[in-house]
Design a protein around this ligand. Sequence first.
Ligand code: ATP
Length: 585
Amino acid sequence: MNLIWFLKELNKYIAPYRWLAILLIARGLFEAAFESSIRMSLKFIIDAAIIPQNYRLLGLILLLLGAGAIVFVFIGLVGDFWAARFNISVINNIRHSMFSHLQTLSMEFFGRRSAGDIINCFSADTEQVENSLSYGFILVLELASILFSAIFMFSLNWQLGLISCIGLTLCVLAPAQIGQTATEQNYKLRDKQGEIANAIQENIISQSVIKLFGLQSRTINHFNSNLRQLKKVYVKAKFSSYLVQRIPTLVFVFVQLAVICIGAVMTYKNMITVGTLASFQIFLVGLNLNILSFTFSLPYLIEGIAGMQRINILLAEITQIQDAPDAIELPHFSREISFNNVTFNYSFERKGINQLSLTIKKGDFVVFVGHSGAGKSTIVNLLTRFYDPDQGSILFDDIDLRSCTQKSLREQIGLVSQEVILFNTSIRENIRMGYLEATDEEVETAAKNAEIHDFILTLPQGYDTPVGDRGGQLSGGQRQRIALARALVRNPAILILDEATSALDPATEVEIMNTIEHLTKERTVIMITHRIAQALRANRIFVLENGQIVASGRHADLLEEKGLYATLWQQSHPANTNLTVQTHS
Ligand code: ATP
């Protein structure tokens, strides 16, 4: 059952290379037929050429065998080249499907599935499928050899042929039952290996925390416990795979014994010739090798099925956020964004925002403040459509976000998120990721606006300096400014800054805030910040608590209300509670 499912799944990826697959199967059939012919030839060499002293026939048989051997070698070499091409083509096809599918999945998926496990799907699971492809062809070859041998053995003597066939059928069918269990156990093994890959990845990323907090022995203990669990699953999976391998060989020993005993008695009673008996023995020796190779290949097939099951689960992930079939292109933002009674929870227990309504006008410089976990970033997640509201609607110029394409929405947004993500390439390319068509001049203008241009020029390779893995060769503030430049080069209608200046020194922060303030003349700026002083520049401040807006207005008005905003202000400016400020208008 599993095998049929596996073949059907594989067929989707093999389809473009069907001809190559047919050629490889044909090669297998030819090799099997040739091997059986060699085994069969012994009967004719003994009975028709050696015993009657027919040297012409002997010469002819040997010539045919020699010619066949040359073709056999040639087809074998060409076949190996085809097999290499075929395997990587099919596996790349699977990897391409997974990678493309991954790009369509929503943030909910990436929050749920661990990166290490996903990487494991791309590496180890596809490797298992690749092995099953290579060994699958060997299985075909061996099965064909067994089949041809059975036909030849029947033609030699039907009684001995029948005994051999019954035995060989048992050899092929015996592993089927245990094969199902072996597949399940191997699937569990693949899952466990995915968990371990994830643990290693997490450990590498978190080394600074581990060292600083002295967590080495805790992580080693945790890893050891993972290894112990792996051992349990591994033993079960491998033992069942070995059984699948072992059973046919055991059955075959009895088949071999039966054929030798009965064959010897039949030869003794002149029921068959010596050549027939010798040929049968050659067939049995060859079949022994075929069965060994067949059973050696079976576990790879089983592991391949388990790998394919995991790949299929990844591919079956449904994209939570999808463009509606009749989705429209969102026109350029011209008036206002409004949240109408929006409720959104990440899950039943993880609350996000509740019955939230607000309006942001074009050209506004809006700041969201509130305690940690109040729901500020959740608003950004909804605005960028990383998630859709559970209730209520978000409108851009009266158009519901759910009715427009995600691309046309995101093209209008420049986002600098709390967690800066840089790619392992040059500074220039990192900035250009914001707008792939940006010229070098546009990249540099964005860098100047983000106050990072002068620093870049001090680097020996300037804009071509690599930033390292996840931007690891830069400071936190430098990373933030490059991320800001990346958002600015996009020239977005709406600029969203989620704690985008948290890692900057006060002087650079003031410079950047001046730039941002200047930018608000042409675009809408939405800022999330814990640095409440930044709210002074806003022409609208929203104060969030427990996923709801508890106050909104300008700095001076909110201070007078003496609510949460006044408390937050007081906490961050204990000496200047009554500060009068010039706000942006
Ligand atoms: P901070 O100022 O600390 O960044 P915030 O106001 O931006 O906080 P949010 O990130 O919006 O808060 O989180 C609001 C609530 O949603 C929190 O209780 C948080 O634990 C939860 N939350 C946020 N992201 C997720 C997620 N991906 N999955 C589940 N829960 C989440």
